[in-house]
Ligand binder design. Structure first.
Ligand code: SF4
Length: 421
């Protein structure tokens, strides 16, 4: 459940794909608090088994090639850890602590995070402390025992103000042991992602047909029928979901609703954003059909209509979902690509924080947000870099205390809006 060392051995390729498919389905159900509906092969998900480890490490590897995919997988895998910590037996918890300690002792890694993992597991494995934390009546605010760690190791707990600080060290009380494990798990995965990126994992995956196939499959499984939070974007709810979209995408949506057409690149970007945010291909076909069946109200851009070009539209949407032609899986562009792309004079999109003037930005933000006082922040937005301004705008809409947010892509913006809803 908290794995550090990948499993060894050989696994048949079809078993591996079943293992991954089952894990994705299970992660999604756990994330949506719907685990009772799981009907797959539970054998692939026994804590500590070679299948469970293989599923975890394969998804870790495949997700590391894309920030969106990584974020998507990480949130679900962390939810699974939390779910297991709350549901497995005391004996399994004890075994987990021991396995973590053995893994960091046997590895060659000398990173401070490993020292912290060793310290924490040794602490909780003390007989009296272990019995104390797993006792039925262990209070959620108990401060009988505590462990001290360098605060840099657990940025998550600091952000949530769950620790006390003294002499540069974070003090974590025994009542927060599960939060501590979750935070260490996230720190471990963040470190792993950096290590994987350093080893050019993308080219390694591309060079191996089996891994390449698996990655496309994972992306399709996660993104095609994907779902963010508890909702999925559909034809029916898109007009309310649009208030969670980043300004660049809500701008395209409002424009499409008004004119019933978008230029080729704008349509391409908006379709990919919807796909990667969880709109299924059938919903996408319904959505674009609805718009492109109406007469357009613009003099420029695309003037095709659904009735005469049904086959072409259907093919191009299915193609974006990797279901036609080369079956390439396209991903939605990130903020740098949107900010730096040169799409020609007819393009209506772009990052509003970069390419809109004051009046146009003001109008758009007024339309997007329910906050009435956005105008007073306009000058700040205009003086900031686009992604920083976008993160400030997001924080403004979510009154909850969120720090250190950096917006990397429109899909990630949408995920954050849903997460902090
Ligand atoms: Fe969209 Fe990124 Fe610009 Fe935000 S910063 S509006 S997400 S392109």
């Amino acid at each position: 459940m908290f794995y550090i060392i990948p499993p060894r051995g050989v696994l048949a390729f079809n078993t591996l794909t079943s293992c991954i498919d089952t894990r994705i389905e299970y992660l999604e159900l756990v994330y949506n608090k719907n685990v009772d509906n799981f009907e797959g092969n539970i054998e692939y998900l026994f804590e500590g088994s070679k299948y469970d480890r293989t599923g975890h490490f394969t998804l870790r590897l495949l997700s590391s090639t894309s920030n969106d995919l990584w974020y998507y997988w990480l949130t679900r895998e962390t939810t699974l850890l939390e779910y297991r910590l709350n549901n497995v037996s005391k004996r399994q918890i004890y075994r987990m602590f021991k396995n973590i300690r053995n893994s960091v002792e046997s590895g060659k890694e000398r990173h401070p995070l490993y020292a912290a993992l060793h310290q924490v597991t040794t602490f909780f494995l003390q007989r009296n402390i272990f019995s104390h934390i797993v006792a039925q009546d262990h209070s959620s605010c108990c401060e009988d025992f505590y462990v001290k760690l360098k605060f840099q190791i657990i940025p998550d707990l600091l952000k949530k103000r769950l620790v006390d600080l003294k002499d540069g060290l974070a003090i974590i009380f025994c009542s927060k042991w599960k939060e501590l494990l979750k935070s260490l798990f996230k720190s471990l995965l963040a470190k792993e992602k950096l290590d994987l990126n350093d080893t050019c994992v993308s080219s390694m995956i591309k060079a191996d047909p089996r891994l390449n196939f698996m990655q496309q499959r994972v992306e399709l499984r996660l993104m095609k029928g994907g779902q963010i939070g508890n909702s999925r974007i559909t034809v029916k709810n898109i007009d309310s979901e649009v208030y969670n979209f980043p300004p660049c995408m809500s701008h395209l949506h409002f424009l499409l609703r008004r004119r019933h057409r978008l230029s080729h690149n704008a349509r391409f970007y908006y379709s990919l954003f919807l796909k990667d945010s969880g709109m299924t291909v059938d919903e996408a076909l319904g959505f674009w059909r609805e718009e492109y069946s109406q007469p357009h109200t613009c003099t420029c851009a695309c003037s095709h209509n659904w009735q005469t070009d049904t086959r072409r539209f259907t093919y191009s949407i299915r193609h974006l979902y990797g279901l036609e032609g080369s079956r390439k899986n396209y991903s939605a562009p990130n903020c740098s690509a949107i900010c730096n792309s040169n799409n020609g004079p007819r393009y209506e999109g772009g990052c509003p924080f970069k390419s809109f003037d004051r009046e146009k930005l003001k109008e758009l933000l007024k339309q997007v947000t329910k906050q009435s006082d956005t105008e007073k922040y306009l000058d700040t937005f205009l003086s900031q870099k686009p992604q920083v301004a976008c993160a400030s705008f997001l924080k403004l809409q979510r009154v909850k205390n969120i720090d250190n947010i950096f917006v990397n892509s429109p899909v990630q913006y949408y995920q954050l809006m849903k997460e902090y809803d």
